[in-house]
Design a binder for this molecule. Structure first.
Ligand code: UDP
Length: 315
């Protein structure tokens, strides 16, 4: 049995990770300040005696008693709408928060894993994006607060690995969806599904020609477990290479929900990446990992989740 600390453990991905480690019989400490996370995400396992919740902002010093085997840093706003509303907390949690989480891992001689992002590639000039690509980021644009914080987080993680011999991992997470995404977090998956279920128009930004590649959260969790078991210190992309345009995605949501909603075109946000598709050859080679859940299967579960949440709201 190992002891895991997960920052952002009450968030969408963090809560799935907490649950997966508890299922394996481990102890989990979840640190979250509910900035974009939610109590209901941890509700189903909060009473597990191996689970502990700590209400704390990890941009401030993290004080934990006892030993730790793993520190996973997942705390951060992750929706473009959220990090535009919370630009300074986003910069702080990616920089100061990463520094604190690394310091904690070092003090406890724990393995450290950083949740990085495909946003480090910015608006990429190559497609698909492999880990060797250095990216095309606008540091002073509205998305810079997230992109640059995560790029700094990768740099400081490698510095702790190289100069303090800390055992570190970096996962570059591509667009991920599934139950426990916040209904109004502004991202395309919750937006389109809730709009379709409510019979409201689906808001497609620009002409909807920009591409994304969507992975189901269970595949990501498996990839993170494999990365922790590996000895790979350099970044690894974890995502689903199945790429589609945003307009195709809107039509897929209409088909799967059976909704009669129309499509409404809205202005494209500044610096919105025009293409995004992970090259996952490294994850296949080093981790023997590839996604298993098809888009139809994953979306069916996610639509069901949002349908239930909307029903609850009506009551
Ligand atoms: N998008 C859209 N309509 C929405 C929300 C998002 O067309 O209601 C587009 C957005 O412009 C982007 C893509 O969908 O091209 C994915 O956006 P999201 O906010 O999910 O995350 P991103 O991949 O940009 O980080």
């Amino acid at each position: 049995m190992a002891r895991y600390l997960i920052t952002g453990g009450a968030g969408f991905i963090g809560s799935h990770l907490c649950e997966s480690f508890l299922k394996q019989g481990h102890e989990v400490i979840c640190v979250d300040n509910y900035s974009t996370g939610a109590q209901e995400n941890i509700f189903s396992f909060a009473s597990n005696p191996r689970f502990r919740f700590l209400d704390h902002n990890v941009s401030r010093f993290i004080d934990i008693g006892g030993s730790l085997n793993y520190v996973l840093h997942f705390a951060s706003p992750a929706s473009p709408v959220d990090y535009l509303e919370l630009p300074i907390p986003t910069l702080k949690v990616g920089s100061l928060g990463t520094h604190n989480a690394l310091g904690l891992a070092r003090a406890k001689k724990a393995v450290f894993l950083l949740a990085s992002t495909s946003e480090v590639y910015g608006d990429p000039l190559v497609r698909p994006q492999n880990e060797e690509y250095w990216g095309n980021v606008n540091p002073v644009g509205p998305r810079g607060v997230y992109d640059e914080a995560k790029r700094f987080a990768e740099a400081i993680t490698m510095a702790y690995h190289r100069y303090h011999n800390l055992d570190t991992r970096i996962v570059r997470i591509f667009n991920t969806y599934g139950p426990r995404m916040r209904m109004r977090d502004g991202r395309v998956v919750p937006n389109f599904i809730t709009q379709a279920l409510k019979g409201e128009p689906l808001t497609v930004y620009g002409q909807g020609e920009q591409t994304r590649s969507f992975q189901y959260v269970d595949d990501l969790v498996t990839g993170i477990h494999r990365l922790l078991e590996s000895q790979e210190h350099l970044p690894v992309n974890i995502g689903n290479p199945h790429e589609m345009t945003v307009l195709q995605f809107a039509k897929k949501i209409l088909e799967l929900t059976g909704s009669k909603s129309s499509i409404e075109y809205k202005p494209l946000p500044q610096d919105d990446p025009q293409v995004r598709q992970p090259d996952i050859s490294k994850a296949k080679r080093v981790l023997n990992w590839e996604p298993k859940v098809s888009l139809d299967e994953g979306l069916a579960k996610t639509i069901e989740y949002f349908r239930t949440r909307l029903e609850e709201q009506k009551v």
